[in-house]
Design a protein around this ligand. Structure first.
Ligand SMILES: CC(C)(COP(=O)(O)OP(=O)(O)OC[C@H]1O[C@@H](n2cnc3c(N)ncnc32)[C@H](O)[C@@H]1OP(=O)(O)O)[C@@H](O)C(=O)NCCC(=O)NCCS
Length: 161
């Protein structure tokens, strides 16, 4: 299977926030943003793997700034790292006030997407720029920590029995 570049998976989703996305004070619900993050992550993972994928987990989902009704939200996603059957996708969310042109970075998220059903290997990732190499190394750190935490919890449960 041929390795694929980060650019091959790059995906962008644009959504105008309307009244049904928000509470009565005009603040967009966190779940609306999470759904869009999940969608754009799926797009990036399918573009990388050319397979059907499922969301296996979310390692981080930050909400740095509120998003308001009327703002134009753009989600940028690409694969940060690829392992056996799973990939980490990084997502950066920007909210623009279309009347003033002001753009704010509102969210960052890292999701693990896994091959759906029959486990199949995903293509390796070809990292080219220094940013891509840094993101891959940070994704590897998150995976190492995630697996170590899982082992620690299982060991703790075992010793409690
Ligand atoms: C994600 C899923 C496929 C993993 O299946 P599993 O039998 O636990 O598989 P494994 O333990 O062999 O793990 C497979 C890969 O997923 C990764 N993975 C499993 N659980 C994970 C989690 N919670 N977070 C991040 N990665 C995870 C593993 O690290 C492994 O990666 P690798 O193959 O690249 O080394 C399975 O749990 C699943 O189908 N979950 C439901 C997903 C779904 O429907 N999402 C949408 C929710 S509405």
């Amino acid at each position: 299977m041929e390795a694929r570049t980060v650019a091959d998976s790059r995906s962008v989703l644009v959504h105008w926030m309307g009244p049904t996305d928000a509470n009565s004070a005009g603040f967009v619900h966190g779940g609306v943003v999470m759904k869009l993050i999940d969608e754009v992550s799926g797009l990036a993972a399918v573009r990388h793997s050319h397979q059907r994928v499922v969301t296996a987990g979310a390692d981080r989902m930050t909400f740095q700034q509120p998003i308001h009704v009327g703002q134009l939200v753009t989600l940028h996603a690409s694969v940060n790292a690829a392992w056996n059957t799973s990939m980490e996708v990084g997502v950066r969310v920007l909210a623009e006030n279309p009347r003033t042109g002001e753009v704010l970075h509102t969210n960052t998220a890292y999701l693990t997407m896994d091959d759906e059903g029959r486990p199949a290997r995903v293509p390796a990732l070809r990292t080219e720029t220094s940013d891509e190499l840094r993101r891959e190394a940070e994704a590897q750190l998150r995976r190492t920590n995630r697996l170590a935490e899982r082992d620690q919890i299982l060991a703790q449960r075992g010793s409690e029995r």
